[in-house]
Design a protein around this ligand. Structure first.
Ligand code: NAG
Ligand code: NAG
Ligand code: NAG
Ligand code: CU
Length: 210
């Protein structure tokens, strides 16, 4: 009986109002701010691919799993470096805080093979995972709670990335309805970045003659 009451309360607490879900409203790279676009609004040039709906992607084989609901190419590509610090601010569609607090946060990257990221179709992107957060240590609070509280997600790029252009796929999976088959809510997003080669002194290494 108690367990049932607790479960009902948990579900009630986390049920999302009919229209509420979210999107990446803002990204910062080493402190520099870049705005995203409200889903389905007239877009401004951005580094974040615009989606057309704040609702989640449903089903793990959904074609929108790579960059989000009907994600469009974004016009801009931002500079970043191996080891750059990223922050992702998620918002609800009306600009209020992200509405969910249960489930992991994950970040992947994929090389924009053969072109620049503003022209790259992500359908066949080869993703590699660079970051994941789940439960905070010592209790049943997910790091996602911090996003609901208005904080950004923090991601550090690997320090060994090759120069080139990359999509950064930052994703929240909301699990509050995942007690039912197909209930998991996937919220993928894609941000376009480029990394220049680091100038190398190696080629000027003095070679002793004789
Ligand atoms: C990418 O390719 C897929 C499959 O050909 C197509 O459905 C989709 O519209 C393309 N996406 C973009 C952003 O051009
Ligand atoms: C859960 O643990 C984390 C890490 O120790 C702490 O920051 C957070 O306040 C705790 N949350 C609750 C609800 O106790
Ligand atoms: C990101 O870092 C800020 C401050 O450094 C912290 O308040 C926030 O909770 C972190 N985000 C997450 C999702 O843990
Ligand atoms: Cu939702």
């Amino acid at each position: 009986m108690h367990t049932f009451l607790l479960l009902s309360l948990l579900i009630l607490r986390n049920a999302c109002p009919a229209k509420a879900h979210g999107y990446v409203a803002q990204v910062s790279i080493d402190g520099e701010i870049y705005m995203g676009n409200v889903p389905n609004a007239q877009p401004s040039p951005s580094i974040v691919r615009q989606i057309d709906d704040i609702s989640p992607v449903k089903g793990a084989s959904n074609p929108y799993m790579n960059c989000g609901q009907a994600a469009q190419l974004a016009a801009l590509v931002a500079d970043a470096n191996p080891g750059s610090q990223f922050q992702f601010w998620w918002k609800d569609g009306d600009g209020t805080n992200w509405p969910h607090d249960i489930g992991p946060i994950m970040t992947y990257m994929a090389s924009c093979v053969g072109t620049t990221c503003d022209k790259y179709n992500s359908t066949n992107a080869e993703w590699f995972k660079i970051e994941e957060t789940g439960l905070e240590p010592g209790n049943m609070t997910w790091y996602q709670q911090n996003i609901m509280d208005g904080w950004p997600a923090n991601v550090t790029l690997p320090s060994n990335l090759e120069p080139g252009q990359y999509l950064i796929r930052h994703e929240i999976i909301a699990l509050h309805l995942a007690t039912e088959l197909g209930g998991a809510e996937f919220y993928p997003s894609c941000t376009q970045v480029r990394m220049y080669p680091v100038f190398s002194y190696a080629r000027f290494t003095y070679i002793r003659s004789g």
